[in-house]
Design a protein around this ligand. Structure first.
Ligand code: IDP
Ligand code: MG
Length: 140
């Protein structure tokens, strides 16, 4: 097991319902450490660039609209196997398919408004962290 970093977002559906603390508690309770964090309101340009990999998907436009519909909390998580562990705590993209006890099963509103983002590989984690954070903002 190696110590890794991953990138996480508390999405607008969760901040709107005042669930920021509850979502972060799930991550911390599972052993992940928040080593950088800020509450921001993404611009359309930022959201389009962040989700560029999904540009051709039918849900892209709605996804960008959703991600810019309210504030989000962007954060860097650190811990043993952080990328896979975070994905496990989040649960499947579609809350209807998410395992019991996962964030998405317990909090998500829909497959789109699914409360959290988490990087899907160490390589993407590094790119996503760089997209939102300067090195000096990652404070441990
Ligand atoms: P992930 O967040 O579990 O990694 P991705 O396939 O990378 O899932 O999709 C990115 C985000 O796009 C999802 O978290 C969700 O907000 C949205 N999304 C994915 N699939 C659909 C869909 O079929 N309809 C609407 N939105 C979707
Ligand atoms: Mg993804």
């Amino acid at each position: 097991m190696s110590t890794e970093r991953t990138f996480s977002i508390v999405k607008p559906d969760a901040t709107r319902r005042n669930l920021t603390g509850k979502v972060i508690d799930r991550l911390e309770s599972a052993g992940l450490r928040v080593i950088a964090q800020k509450r921001i309101w993404m611009s359309t340009k930022q959201a389009e660039a962040f989700y560029a990999v999904h540009k051709a998907r039918p849900f892209f436009h709605d996804l960008v609209k959703f991600m810019t519909s309210g504030p989000v909390v962007v954060q860097v998580l650190e811990g043993a196997n952080a990328v896979a562990k975070n994905r496990e705590i989040m649960g499947a993209t579609d809350p209807a398919k998410a395992a019991p006890g996962t964030i998405r099963k317990d909090f998500a509103e829909s497959i789109e408004a699914n409360s959290v983002h988490g990087s899907d590989s160490a390589e993407n984690a590094a790119a996503e962290i760089k997209f939102f954070f300067a090195d000096t903002e990652i404070v441990g």
